[in-house]
Design a protein around this ligand. Structure first.
Ligand code: 2AM
Length: 222
C-alpha cells in the first residue's frame, strides 16, 4: 500500500473534524477567560509568571495548529518503533476512518493547555505497543504504572518556547498525583464542571459532560 512506499509521517493520530474544532476552541477559550478571573487562580499566579502579575491566558497560550490526538510520533521513521507501528494491521485497517473521541477534562499548567482523551478499547488498538516505554518520562517516573493510553490528549496551546510534546508529560504528571491519592484542592464548581488545583500551577477541569469529538485517524507529514 501507499504507506510503505513513502517515508513514514511525522506522526499518526486522530484529527478532529473542523466543526468540532471550532466548538472546542470556543469552549476552551471561555474556560481560560473564566479561569483568569477566579480568585483561586489569582492566588497562585506566581506559578505562571514568576511574578504576582496578571496574565492573560488567552494570549499566554499560543495555538498549535490543527487539533489532534497523537497516537504515535514517528519523526519520519527516526522514532523507535515507528515502522512497526505503521505496519500494524489495526493501523492499516483504520487509516482514514472516523472515530468518536471523548474529551473528559481540560488541564492547564504554566507550560501547556490540553484536553484529556479517554480512549475506548477499540481506540486503544491504535495506541502504540511501545506506549509503556513512551510513558517512561524521566521527569515523571511513576507514570509507568498508569493504565495504557493515559497520555492520550489534544494539545490546545503551549506557552511561548514550549514544544507540544510537553502537554502529554504535564497530563501524566497530574494523573500520577491523582493515582498517588492526592485529592487536589477542589476550588470551584464551574458551569463546565469541577475545577481542581494540584499545586505548582496544575489545574484540571473535569467536564460535567464529556465532549464527543469526531476525528479522522490519519497521519501528518508537515
Ligand atoms: P502533542 O501530541 O502533545 O500535541 C508534532 O510535534 C506532534 O507530535 C505534536 O502534536 C506533538 O505533541 C507530538 N510529539 C512530538 N514529539 C513527541 C514525542 N517525543 N512523543 C510523543 N508525541 C510527540
Amino acid at each position: 500500500g501507499p504507506l510503505e512506499e513513502v517515508s513514514l509521517p511525522l506522526y499518526f493520530g486522530w484529527f478532529l473534524l473542523s466543526s468540532i474544532q471550532d466548538k472546542i476552541k470556543c469552549t476552551s477559550m471561555d474556560f481560560l477567560k473564566t479561569l483568569d478571573t477566579l480568585e483561586a487562580f489569582k492566588k497562585h499566579l506566581i506559578d505562571f509568571s514568576g511574578k504576582a502579575e496578571e496574565v492573560d491566558l488567552e494570549q499566554y497560550f499560543q495555538p498549535t495548529g490543527i487539533l489532534h490526538c497523537t497516537t504515535k510520533f514517528c519523526n519520519y521513521g527516526k522514532a523507535e518503533g515507528a515502522k512497526e507501528y505503521a505496519e500494524k494491521q489495526a493501523v492499516k485497517d483504520s487509516y482514514g476512518s472516523i472515530f468518536n473521541l471523548s474529551l473528559g477534562a481540560l488541564f492547564v499548567t504554566p507550560r501547556t493547555f490540553g484536553a484529556r482523551v479517554s480512549l475506548t478499547e477499540e481506540q486503544l488498538q491504535l495506541w502504540p505497543a511501545d506506549a509503556d516505554a513512551e510513558k517512561q518520562v524521566e521527569s515523571v517516573p511513576a507514570a509507568a504504572s498508569l493504565p495504557l493510553g493515559s497520555r492520550a490528549h489534544v494539545t490546545l496551546g503551549c506557552a511561548e518556547g514550549v514544544e507540544p510534546v510537553q502537554t502529554g508529560i504535564d497530563l501524566l504528571e497530574i494523573l500520577t498525583l491523582q493515582q498517588e491519592g492526592q485529592q487536589g484542592e477542589q476550588v470551584e464548581e464551574m458551569e463546565l464542571g469541577t475545577l481542581t488545583y494540584y499545586g505548582t500551577g496544575k489545574w484540571l477541569l473535569n467536564l460535567r459532560e464529556p465532549i464527543s469529538a469526531p476525528a479522522c485517524f490519519s497521519s501528518f507529514y508537515g
